[in-house]
Design a protein. Structure first.
Length: 400
């Protein structure tokens, strides 16, 4: 039997990045006590206002169909939040509710690009991006984020990647997996390129609330960008609620009309009780949001400090997000070999970054979604493991 060509387009290389994660889950299910630092699944509980409103709505049997694009008052709450954070107008007509940022990226890109188009994406990039773009039939054009620049954009390289087939510039800030946060001049440069070449900007801002210093800059906040900017985000990271699958797309009203047609044949609306809970969270400012940002900033500093003692490894404090990146190229091991042997020897599971793109080869992504004591223990185990490796004669000890 034959399958659609789609099955090949969504089978991206990034899927291999999760191999050690599934192996760690298998071992834990069999009873092994290990420290899981593979995925960005917050360990903190969601704000009580979110849980209480969701449960209360469920007890009222709020389980019927909802409007295809989401309830108007919930869309208005997202719009108000977005306008307050960007300083630019945004209304309910600009907002579409989707089950999480992952679905938001998929749906938005289906409406922005198609076969024969090109999508310019800095790499390393989140492991699902390749398949999301592949589902549209468009071709991904990668622009390296140089490690020696702290994984910040080379703006000349970005400009050089734009060609006659380019339709979308896809950015992510704070960045997953590197933790880099785009500066205002960098975002302004992306916006200027988009205006000059008449391109869409797709901005993944799911970690925006976890920007540690300097503030988050959305391209929506810049002049002349509302007509060509599409922002995707969710409550998954900011409110520690990935299991609720509540996210949104912010873009021009015309895009919302196209998304209506897509969602009509795809999802037919989202759960009302989830939207009720989200509304309560969106119309308040739970103190837990700021507390989580402080948690991840403290944890990043804690783990980065410990890992500086790992022989043959290098790390730096991230600028945002919930991950620390560890460069293990100086150990003589590939990232895959390092994580597999680390799991076997020290019962610590982290992700190799090769599946995120060649610029991240030889790096590990370490999640900060465990309490401080477990992170400290994991850091000590990683240092111990690295110290036990036989160093190659040409081990690199200085920054590349």
């Amino acid at each position: 039997m034959r399958f659609s060509p789609l099955v090949d387009r969504v089978a991206g290389k990034g899927a291999d990045a999760w191999r050690v994660h599934w192996e760690a889950l298998r071992q834990r299910a069999e009873g092994r006590d290990l420290i899981l630092l593979t995925v960005g699944d917050p360990d903190q509980p969601p704000p009580p206002v979110l849980i209480e409103a969701t449960v209360e709505a469920l007890t009222r049997a709020r389980t019927g169909y909802s409007p295809i694009l989401g309830y108007p008052d919930v869309r208005a709450a997202v719009a108000s939040r977005h306008a307050a954070r960007t300083g630019m107008p945004c209304t309910a007509e600009n907002v579409v509710l989707v089950p999480g940022a992952q679905a938001g990226l998929y749906c938005a890109l289906q409406c922005l690009a198609g076969p024969g188009d090109e999508i310019v994406v800095p790499e390393p990039m989140y492991a699902t991006y390749e398949a999301v773009a592949g589902a549209t039939g468009a071709r991904v054009v990668n622009v390296p984020l140089p490690a020696e620049k702290g994984f910040h954009l080379d703006l000349d390289a970005l400009a050089g990647a734009i060609g006659p087939l380019t339709r979308v510039l896809w950015i992510n800030t704070p960045h997953n997996p590197t933790g880099a946060v785009m500066t205002r001049p960098e975002v302004e440069a992306v916006a200027e390129l988009a205006r000059r070449h008449d391109l869409w900007v797709l901005s993944d801002e799911v970690y925006a609330e976890l920007t540690f210093d300097g503030g988050h800059v959305s391209p929506w906040s810049l002049p002349g960008m509302a007509e060509r900017c599409v922002v995707v985000s969710s409550l998954s990271k900011s409110h520690a609620a990935p299991g609720l699958r509540f996210g949104w797309i912010v873009g021009p009203e015309e895009l919302a009309r196209h998304l209506y047609n897509l969602l009509l044949c795809m999802l037919y609306g989202g759960p009302p009780f989830i939207q009720d809970g989200a509304l309560a969270a969106l119309t308040s400012e739970p103190p837990e949001i700021a507390a989580m940002r402080a948690d991840y900033r403290r944890r990043a500093a804690l783990l980065s400090g410990i890992l500086r003692d790992a022989p043959g490894c290098r790390t730096a404090m991230p600028e945002g997000g919930m991950f620390v990146l560890l460069d293990v190229r100086g150990t003589g091991l590939s990232s895959h070999a390092f994580v597999e042997r680390l799991l076997e020897a020290e019962a610590v599971a982290v992700l190799p970054c090769d599946g995120f793109g060649p610029s991240a080869a030889g790096h590990l992504r370490i999640s900060l979604t465990q309490p401080d004591a477990l992170l400290e223990e994991a850091g000590r185990r990683i240092v111990r493991f690295a110290a036990g490796l036989t160093p190659p004669a040409d081990r690199i000890r200085t920054a590349p």
